[in-house]
Write a protein that binds this ligand. Sequence first.
Ligand SMILES: [Zn+2]
Length: 471
Amino acid sequence: MQIEFYGAAGEVTGSCHILTVRGKRVLLDCGMIQGGRDATERNRREFPFVAADIDAVVLSHAHIDHSGRLPLLVKRGFRGPIYTNAACRDLLPILWRDTADLGLREAERINRRREPDDPVVEPLYDLDDVERALKLVRALRYDTSYEPVPGLSLTLRDAGHILGSSSLLLACSDGGVQRTVVFSGDLGQYDSPILLDPYPFEQADLVIMESTYGDRLHRDRQATLAEFGQIIAAADASRGNVIIPAFAIGRSQEVLYVLGLHHEAWRLRDWQVFLDSPMAIEASRVYWNHIDRYDPEALRLRANFTAMPQLPNLSLCRTADESRAINRVRDHAIIIAGSGMCNGGRVLHHLKHNLPRPECHIVITGFQAPGTLGRALVDRLPAVRIHGELVRVSATVHTLGGLSAHGDQEDLLRWYGNFTNRPPVCLVHGELPQAQALRARLEARGGQAWIPVPGFVLDLSTLTEKGVRSS
Ligand SMILES: [Zn+2]
C-alpha cells in the first residue's frame, strides 16, 4: 500500500496522485498544468507512469487543473473506469470539449507561422479523445461506498468547492493492514452561496489536503456583498455599465445567484443582466438541475421559482451577434462574460468599449495570474492593450476578494479540526509559501505535515517516506 505524488506537488495546478492497493493502481485526479511559461510543454510530456497500467481513476471535481489531462490519458492507452460524482460528470463534456477546441485552435495558429523545417504541432487531444474519455466516466452518488478495485472502498463526500466537487474517503485493506486516507480535493469556503459546506470527516490515518490559500484570510462575506451592492449603486448614479469577467463554471452561477438574491435590495429591476458566454450558459443549466446539492437557502429560493436564478431581466447570449449587440447599451447593463482572467473571450470587446468610460465599473471576482489582462487591471495600469490596441482605463476597477471558490487558512484549519485523532497530513495544491504557512499552523496544533515534491512516495502501512521517484 502506497501513495505517489506527481502533480500539484509544490504548486497549485496539475493535481495527480497514485494510490496502490493490492497491486492495483488508482489515479486520483489527472489535471492540467496552468500558468507559467512552460505549462504547454509540461502538459505535453510523457506521464511519469504508464497510462495503460492504471486500473481506475477517481476524479475529485471537474476543474481543468484536476480533470484536464484525462482525455490525454485515454489517448495514451488508459481504458479503465473514471469514477466521479454525477454533477461532475455533467460538467465534464462542457470543459473537455472547450479545452480540445482551444488546443486545436492554438495548434493551428502555431502551424500557420511555422518555418518549413519546424515539426507540425499537434493539439494535446482532439474531440474524438474527449468522446472516448466521456464513455469511461461512471457517475457515483455522494455518501455511498463503492469498490473501484479489490481492497479499496471509496466514498465521495461533498467538498463545497464547485457543483459536484468531492473529498474522497479511501478505506484501503492490504495484507491484513487497514488504512483510511482522506483526500480533500479542493475545499470551498464555509457559508458560500448555493453549495453545502465541506463535509466534516472525523477519522483518518492520513490526510491529503489542499493549501491554495494556506497563508491568507479572505474578506468577510457580508462585507463583500455590501461592497458589491455599493458598486451597483455607484454605477446607477454615474449611469454606466458594470462588467464582470467570470469563470464559466462556479463563479458565473454564484454571481447570478447573488444578483437574484439582492434583486430588490439593489434595485436591479432598472438593469439588464447579460450572461454572455455559451459555456457558462451550459454550465448554469447543470447547476440549476442539481438541486440535491443546494444549501437550505438556495433550496428555499428554488422552491419558489420555476427556474434559478430568479432574474426576470436576465438575457442569455449564445451567439456572437447577441454579444455584439450589447455594445449598444450605454448604461444599466451588468455584463458577465468570460474569460475570468480576461486573457481571451467575449469580455475583451466589452472591456474595449467600457474601460475608457469613467462612468463604468469593472468587478474582478477571482484570482488573476501574472501576465494576464485581468492582472493588469487589478494592478491599476493606466492603459492596457486589447486586440493590439491601447485602451485607456478610465472606468473604476474593483477587486471583490470574498467570492473565492477556495477556503482560506481559517477554513482549512476548521476542516482539519474535525478530525478527532489529528492524523498526519500531506499538503498539496499550494505554492510553497502557502503550504509552509499552513504546515506551521498544523504543527503548532501537534500535527505532522509533509509537503511532497513530485515523485514523493509514502508507504501507507508504516506511514513513512519511501523516497522520491525520478520521473
Ligand atoms: Zn478546483
